[in-house]
Design a protein around this ligand. Sequence first.
Ligand code: ASP
Ligand code: MG
Length: 403
Amino acid sequence: MSLIVQKFGGSSVKDAERIKNVARIIAETYLKGNDVIVVLSAQGDTTDELIEKAQEVNRSPSKREMDMLLATGEQISVALCAMALEAMGLPCVSLAAWQVGIQSTGVHSDARIKKIDSERIRSELDQHRIVLVTGFQGVDRIGDVTTLGRGGSDTSAVALAAAFRADLCQIFTDVDGVYTTDPRVVPEARKLEEITYDEMLELASQGAQVLHNRSVELAKKFRVNLEVVSSLERKPGTKVKEVTKVEKTNIAGVAKDTSIARVALIGLQHNPGVAFQVFDLLSKHNINVDVILQSIGREDTKDITFTIHKKDQDETEQILNDHKDVLKFDHIEADDKIGKVSIVGAGLMSNCGVAAKMFEALYESGINIQMINTSEIRVSVLLDEDDVNKAVKAIHAKFFDEI
Ligand code: ASP
Ligand code: MG
């Protein structure tokens, strides 16, 4: 007998039909003799609809009340799914995060799970009940409901799997696994049988939408046996693990991100401490900076260019302009019409030809690279937003059609 955590995303529980379908998958797992903990997201677009409702009464509601509101979505899902299981004659119980004791920090809308109490769930499992837990939410030190950030139900599932040392954590979604790139852009994209935690983490943070990146971090840390599978079709999904058997010379996938903006500070003084001042200022305002490039300008000046999330662009320009006297730059040039395309692969570390191959694909398609950035297992290029899909296609073809 195994303990299995099964998480179903919003599209998998969007209506009564889908909930019954999910109940059948859970029932099958349970009837094989497994202990099952189920984690559910809110149905379909519920979370977005709740955000709209809030906007109708208050343009800037407090984060505490937003969490109070958004947490209801997941509660609807677990209660309905429990009823579907009851109708099948199966013993089950639905629990909200505060009933389980999913303890989190008090940072509303972006809370982190600190600890999960095991008693309640353990006693329900001991009584052979299927336990359904609300994803996306926690409870803070003073008993207030928190949420874990958009897409956070994946993290709830992996945290439960880690806390209960589950044998397997299955993330059910409406796609059947992790692909080499977005199949909507490249129909030839292939499903990966397996991928490493590190590759998955890079892909998730480079814009691949399959898994919440904090869930992958947690899975890696606690060695959770993770699997991405379809709730709609019965076929093998993608396993996320420490090492895979994928050959070293190829990459795992191509990711794209068009939610970024580029900001350039032109004419900074060429003195020590300038970069420190700029990025210290931004980090104090919680602005995440991604790719950074410094170049020498004219007459002892330098330019620093970096990328941020589009949503932070106005604030970033504002903060920099407010400190123009101290930072002593000439002017700011900002551009939100850019995109980032990345290749990710554990083999990159030991094979420098891989980056060249990516650049060759771009060259052959006449695409100009604006900036380049790398990590141990990733190479990213910044390009014109309009070139992003073309670049993804060309790079994908280069790596996956030739072998
Ligand atoms: N319902 C939440 C969201 O839409 C959490 C999740 O689905 O993972 O972001
Ligand atoms: Mg999701």
